[in-house]
Ligand binder design. Structure first.
Ligand code: MLT
Length: 318
């Protein structure tokens, strides 16, 4: 295995060397474009140490027969916990109150917050991460309504949440949190039009993907007072150096830290290494996004030093 930790962001260098490799393990900063794939003459598998694969041109990969896999479970608790942390932060204006206290201001009356207990949390996407958020929110005595076309009534009942349509969620939620991937169906799901349908005083949390919320419309809704607060970990352009939400009062921002715990990073790193080597050595396919799962065939006869598969791993480079 060859570690080249500086290649993650250097697309020209990556395009130059990718032809040598059988496997490519990435996080979110490496963009696997059609151009990279055109040079990837030996590539068999791309594995994302994490969940979102919007940085991979999956159509181009599929056309070349390259398997795209992710590690959907390793960081789900960590990401759900960040969403809950962001919800508390925005409910009690923790970052602003902290900065003010550090500045010696002691502005006790400025930071009036709101309780979470008995409030309605609207969860958009109740899959792996959203499901954990629902569970934690119920523990906080919140009422949880979930919009998710893939959620059955039975499963919702088991989770103790109410399955609703998006319009209903928008009208009822005191807090809205997003837990869907960025796809053609979900892009701009909180559009200007949908933001206008939310309850006055709503607080919005996005620890899923930039592009799910119209950030300019949200900034205007915050300025008009319709939206009381927002907590964003992800932005339509990342790294986010400028954004319509920056520097607005009661907007909490973090730099895509959803999966940033030692536990989650260890989980996804191990999982990605295991899944890639399983595929390259035995043909077993797990958590692939462009083909069904396949159990191991008989082990391949890779002879170390000859045709041993070569994997490029810029893990932990974003
Ligand atoms: C993910 O998709 O796994 C998370 O957004 C975390 C990350 O991108 O590193």
């Amino acid at each position: 295995m060859d570690f080249q930790p500086d290649l993650g962001k250097d697309k020209d260098k990556l395009a130059e060397v990718i032809g040598q490799y059988d496997g490519l393990a990435i996080r979110s900063a490496t963009k696997v474009t059609e151009k990279i794939l055109a040079n990837a003459t030996n590539l068999k598998v791309i594995a994302r140490a994490g969940i979102g694969t919007d940085n991979i041109d999956k159509e181009a990969a599929s056309k070349k027969g390259v398997i795209v896999m992710n590690t959907p479970f390793g960081n789900m608790i960590t990401t759900a916990e960040h969403a809950i942390a962001m919800m508390f932060a925005v409910a009690r204006q923790v970052p602003e109150a902290s900065a003010s206290t550090h500045a010696g201001k002691w502005e006790k009356s400025k930071f009036m917050g709101t309780e979470l207990t008995n409030k309605t949390l609207g969860v958009i996407g109740a899959g792996n991460i959203g499901g954990i958020v629902c569970d934690r929110a119920r523990g906080l005595k919140m009422k949880v309504v979930a919009y998710d076309p893939f959620l059955s009534e039975e499963r919702a009942a088991k989770m103790g949440v109410e399955k609703v349509e998006l319009e209903d969620l928008l009208a009822r939620a005191d807090f809205i949190t997003l837990h869907v991937p960025l796809t053609d169906q979900t892009r701009n799901i909180l559009s200007r039009e949908n933001l206008a349908k939310t309850k006055k005083g709503v607080r919005i949390i996005n620890c899923a993907r930039g592009g799910l919320v119209d950030e300019v419309a949200l900034a205007e809704a915050l300025q008009s007072g319709h939206v009381a607060g927002a907590a964003f970990d992800v932005f339509s352009e990342e790294p986010a150096k400028e954004n319509a939400l920056f520097n607005l009062p009661n907007v909490v921002c973090t730099p895509h830290l959803g999966a940033a715990t030692t536990e989650a990073q260890e989980n996804v790193a191990l999982q990605v290494a295991e899944q890639m080597s399983n595929y390259l050595l035995t043909g077993a396919v797990e958590n692939a996004l462009n083909m069904p799962s396949v159990t191991a065939k008989k082990p391949r006869s890779w002879a170390p030093g000859s045709n041993w598969p070569s994997i490029w791993v810029p893990l932990l480079v974003r």
